[in-house]
Design a binder for this molecule. Sequence first.
Ligand code: ATR
Length: 276
Amino acid sequence: MKKLYLIGKSLKHSISPLIHNKILSNFGIDAVYSNVELPDFEKLKEFVEMVKKDGDVVGFNITIPYKEDILEFCDEVSEDVRIIQAANTVKKEGEKLVAYNTDWLGFKRSLEEVGIDIKDKRILILGAGGAAKACIYGLYRMGVKEVFVANRTYEKAESLKEVFQDILKILPVEWLRRYEFKYDIIINTTSVGMFPNIESSPFEFENYVAGIPVFVYDMIYNPPKTTFLEEAEKKGSKTENGLKMLVYQAVEAEKIWFDIVNLSQSFLLEILKECE
Ligand code: ATR
């Protein structure tokens, strides 16, 4: 039986095995997907050694906090990983470990399905970590030419200018000044508001009088409706959480590992329902 893994520091609430094992059994693939918690960098190193030796391992997914660390163990990276400098998917290709990023694909597809017009809109991204970079890359691939980025640590928002210098304009916003300007779309890529800290929000709409965003997206899917999305809805904004992104990035990873063709819409809906 082939093996696949999700690695990360804390995976107790992860629903990735449910999604992947459902896809695998649907396609009759003799493989199992399981979680491996790695408390530190040393354990990450050991995991990579184990994977290299075990002929049954096809690949693995990576989540917080190893999406950037994993790159130093990879022999090749895809074009998008070269820019984003973070990977969520690795495939063993012969002796080599090849890094991919399917987060941006999942994000892009979920946003496309919302059906809102993003052309020439003022878009604010909250956060400047790996998730923010995948989000920005996805927006770039959808034709967006500039984005505002507010991050608690301003320097990190500013450093994204260089990361994306050849493809899109980054306009850094100081964290304390994020309520001062008008935005059409606001996207949260930080972990603020995630279970169990469900009371907190990265953007308090009560403080926001500059305008009502048309659309507000939260990459968090647990809880399904964060305080951030709840407040945005009260203001009248259309909202979307990160569940579709999670499912779609998983589908894209399976495509990389097993050359699976597109999954039917009804099967995807079945997975989404089970995750709710
Ligand atoms: P990921 O790969 O999921 O993006 P990350 O690289 O650790 O994870 O980034 C987490 C993001 O959430 C960062 O933008 C972080 O802000 P800092 O760069 O200032 O650390 C943001 N974040 C985490 N906790 C936060 C908090 N309590 N308030 C505001 N931003 C926070």
